[in-house]
Write a protein that binds this ligand. Structure first.
Ligand SMILES: Cc1ncc(COP(=O)(O)O)c(C=O)c1O
Length: 258
């Protein structure tokens, strides 16, 4: 297991990989702020708020749902305390990714929802150089939301990458994969979505709990839980040839409030 969850308690896993190129860019170009989008529990915005606070870069978060406020949950509150300027949009405006007029847009960086972009993919290069010093794997397995992580892994590792899909967005992943030289090495598996994104499932909750009891490693049901569940199932059904060397990416996602 590649323990990217250990990178940092808040900007753990793929969040740091996906954000660090943007931070470099913001610092080099003295950008005024970084703006991004997300839901009320977005790991991506939470990490961005923290990073902005630590690197002294202004951030703005555009949140889906104008019924919400900074007091709607502890994550939003924490993000606001870290200095992120939060704006709550109705679902229609959010869908259109409208940036509210009151947000300054001169010399700002806009990160798409979930962090998918060429810049985000670039951030995965460091993960692969770390891995290459450790193990020559036959397969890497990772959870897929926007596909940024899986695409980056596949692009830089050039080995078979199994992406366990966590939501019903296969077409989006196919579109996002266009233009990267993946040599048909990225395989997206849609069998472990468990209905829809983040849908609660006793099977998954029990799986995550047992995983923790057995390995003393925390995973959460939305991403890494679905991924490890899928991985175990694939192993059991002999998907991988015997003696294959597998790397599972623990992409973080355990949110701790301070
Ligand atoms: C813990 C965790 N793992 C995996 C993913 C999926 O990453 P990607 O959007 O790069 O496919 C996310 C996305 O938010 C995540 O929070």
């Amino acid at each position: 297991m590649k323990r990217d969850d250990l990178i940092h308690p808040i900007i753990s896993g793929n969040k740091w990989r996906k954000l660090k190129e943007y931070i470099d860019f913001a610092q080099i170009n003295a950008s005024n702020s970084i703006i991004s989008f997300g839901g009320a529990y977005s790991n991506h915005l939470y990490a961005l708020a923290y990073v902005g606070n630590q690197f002294n870069i202004k951030t703005a978060g555009i949140i889906r749902g104008n019924e919400l406020s900074i007091n709607s949950n502890s994550y939003l509150k924490q993000m606001s305390e870290w200095g992120m300027d939060l704006h709550f949009l109705n679902r229609e405006s959010y869908r259109k990714k409208i940036i509210p007029e009151e947000i300054e847009t001169e010399n700002v960086i806009v990160i798409p929802e979930g962090g998918f972009s060429k810049v985000g993919v670039l951030g995965l290069e460091s993960l692969i150089s770390e891995l290459k010093n450790q193990i020559n794997a036959d397969f890497i397995v990772t959870a897929v939301g926007t596909g940024t992580t899986a695409i980056g892994i596949c692009k830089y590792a050039k080995i078979k990458t199994i992406g366990i899909l966590t939501l019903n967005n296969l077409t989006e992943i196919k579109n996002n994969s266009q233009g990267f030289d993946l040599e048909n090495l990225l395989e997206i598996n849609s069998n472990y979505i468990f209905g829809k994104y983040a849908k609660d499932s006793k099977t998954l909750n029990d799986f995550c709990e047992n995983f923790y009891k057995k390995h003393n490693i925390l995973i959460e049901p939305t991403y890494t839980g679905r991924m490890f569940y899928g991985l175990y199932d694939l192993i059991r059904s002999n998907y991988f040839p015997s003696n294959s060397k597998l790397i599972a990416l623990h992409s973080g996602g355990i949110k701790l409030t301070h």
